[in-house]
Design a protein around this ligand. Structure first.
Ligand code: NAP
Length: 416
C-alpha cells in the first residue's frame, strides 16, 4: 500500500482552494434530507465555496465568549479543589483508586444499583462499579436490567452478571428493586419510556443519567422529573469501551481513566452530590467537574453535531472532492483525506495546540493558511450558532426522538 503523501501544508492548501473555488459537483440534497443537524453542518460547510476571497488574507480575531458561571457544590466525603483552566476557576474532585474506600460511605443507604441497558456505557459502567465496590469490600449489588428478549442477556452473562446471583434481570424488576437506577438505555428509548420508568422507581430513590437528553425532552414537552426522587448525572467524556479500557489500565498506570462531568438536578434528601461523586470515582474518572443537566445536553449535543459529526464529515468531504477535482486518483485522495484528519495535523493540535500548526508552516504556507482560516471562520461560526439554536430550542432533541421511532417502526415491520 502506497504511503499517503499528505503533509500539514498540502491539506491546508487543498482546504483553502476548496473554499476559494466553487465545487463543480452538485450535492444530492434528497439523500441527506432525512439526516439531522450533524449532516446539516457538513452540507453547509461545503456551501462555503466561493466566500474565501471576500475576507482576504487577514487573520480574524476570535470574538469574546462569556465564561460560564462557577458551579459550586459541597461534599461531606470527597475533597473539592478549585482549579484554573484557561483563566476560569472551576471546582473539581480528583479521582483515584486510593479513594475507593470512601465509596461505602458516599453510597450510604444504597443496597442495589441497577444498571439499565447494555449498549456502550452499560457494560463499562457496570463492570467498573462492580470492580471498585469489590475493592472497597462493599456489599452493594450491581444488577443489570434488560428488556424482555434482549440479545444483551448473553453478553452480560459473559461479563459475569447472572440471574442466579441476582445481578441480572428484567428491566422493570431491576428499576423497582434499586436504590440508584443508572438509566443507560438509548436516549430515544428514555424519551419513549420515561413514564413507565418513573412509575417503577421507589420513592426517595435516585435516578442516574449519563446525559441530559431526558431533561431536554421533558422540557420540550413542558414536563419535569417526579418530585419524589433525586436526579443526578455522571457523564463520562468518552465512549463506553474506553471508559472500561482506561479503568483497567488504571490498575497499573496511575491516573489512567476518562474524565466525567456530574450534575445534581434534584436532591430529595441531601445524598445526591456524594452519590454522584462516588459514581464518578467508582468509574475511574481522574477528574470530575460540575455541570448542570441543561448545560450537559446543550454542550454535548452541540459539540457532537457541530464537531464530531458535522465538521469532521465536512472536512473529509471537501478534501476528497478537492483532491479528485485536482486529478488525484480516488485511492490516493482517500488516503490523503484520512491522513489529514488522523495524521500530523490532529497529532499536532492534540499535543501542542492549534497555533503550533500555524507556527510550523513556511511564510508562503502561512499566507495560504490565513486565507483558508479567515474565509471559513465567520461562515463556520454562523453554522455552529445555527446548530446550537437547533439544540437549545429542542428541535434537535425532537428529531432524535422521531428518528428513534422510525427505527422501531422499521424493526417492527421487518419482523412481521
Ligand atoms: N455512547 C457513548 O459513548 C456515550 C457517552 C456518554 C454518555 N452516553 C449516554 O449514555 C446513555 C446510554 O447510551 P449508550 O450509547 O451506552 O447506549 P445505546 O447504544 O444508545 O443504547 C443501547 C441500550 O439501550 C437499550 N434499549 C434500546 N431501546 C430500548 C427500549 N425501547 N427499551 C429498553 N431498552 C432499550 C438496548 O437494549 P438491548 O440491549 O436489548 O438492545 C441497549 O441495551 C445515553 O444517555 C447516552 O447519551 C453515551
Amino acid at each position: 500500500m502506497a504511503a499517503a503523501t499528505t503533509s500539514c501544508s498540502s491539506a491546508i492548501y487543498a482546504a483553502s482552494e476548496t473554499l476559494a473555488k466553487p465545487s463543480s459537483r452538485s450535492f444530492s440534497a434528497t439523500s441527506l434530507a432525512l439526516q439531522s443537524s450533524s449532516s446539516k453542518l457538513a452540507i453547509k460547510s461545503l456551501r462555503l465555496s466561493g466566500c474565501g476571497s471576500a475576507l482576504g488574507a487577514r487573520m480574524v480575531a476570535a470574538p469574546a465568549v462569556k465564561a460560564p458561571a462557577l458551579l459550586d457544590f459541597d461534599s461531606t466525603v470527597f475533597k473539592k479543589e478549585k482549579i484554573n483552566l484557561a483563566g476560569h476557576d472551576e471546582y473539581i474532585v480528583r479521582g483515584g483508586r486510593d479513594l475507593f474506600h470512601l465509596l461505602p460511605d458516599a453510597f450510604k443507604g444504597i443496597k442495589q444499583i441497577g444498571v439499565i441497558g447494555w449498549g456502550s456505557q452499560g457494560p463499562a459502567q457496570a463492570q467498573n462499579l462492580r470492580d471498585s465496590l469489590a475493592e472497597a469490600k462493599s456489599n452493594i449489588v450491581v444488577k443489570i436490567g434488560l428488556r424482555k428478549g434482549s440479545r444483551s442477556f448473553a453478553e452480560a452473562r459473559a461479563a459475569g452478571f447472572t440471574e442466579e446471583s441476582g445481578t441480572l434481570g428484567d428491566i422493570w424488576e431491576t428499576v423497582s428493586g434499586s436504590d440508584l437506577v443508572m438509566l443507560l438505555i438509548s436516549d430515544s428509548a428514555q424519551a419513549d419510556n420515561y413514564e413507565k420508568i418513573f412509575s417503577h422507581m421507589k420513592p426517595n430513590s435516585i435516578l442516574g443519567l449519563s446525559h441530559g437528553f431526558l431533561l431536554g425532552h421533558l422540557q420540550s414537552i413542558g414536563l419535569d422529573f417526579p418530585k419524589n426522587i433525586s436526579v443526578i448525572a455522571v457523564c463520562p467524556k468518552g465512549m463506553g469501551p474506553s471508559v472500561r479500557r482506561l479503568y483497567v489500565q488504571g490498575k497499573e498506570i496511575n491516573g489512567a481513566g476518562i474524565n466525567a462531568s456530574f450534575a445534581v438536578h434534584q436532591d430529595v434528601d441531601g445524598r445526591a452530590t456524594d452519590v454522584a461523586l462516588a459514581w464518578s470515582v467508582a468509574l475511574g474518572s481522574p477528574f470530575t467537574f460540575a455541570t448542570t443537566l441543561e448545560q450537559e445536553y446543550k454542550s454535548d449535543i452541540f459539540g457532537e453535531r457541530g464537531i464530531l459529526l458535522g465538521a469532521v464529515h465536512g472536512v473529509v468531504e471537501s478534501l476528497f472532492r478537492r483532491y479528485t477535482e485536482m486529478g488525484m486518483d480516488e485511492d490516493l485522495a482517500y488516503k490523503n483525506t484520512v491522513e489529514s484528519i488522523t495524521g500530523i495535523i490532529s497529532r499536532t493540535i492534540s499535543t501542542k495546540g492549534m497555533l503550533a500548526v500555524y507556527n510550523a508552516l513556511s511564510e508562503d504556507e502561512k499566507r495560504i493558511f490565513e486565507k483558508a482560516y479567515s474565509a471559513s471562520y465567520y461562515p463556520c461560526m454562523d453554522i455552529l450558532y445555527e446548530c446550537y439554536e437547533d439544540v437549545a430550542s429542542g428541535s434537535e432533541i425532537r428529531s432524535v426522538v422521531l428518528a428513534g421511532r422510525r427505527f422501531y417502526v422499521r424493526e417492527y415491520s421487518f419482523s412481521l
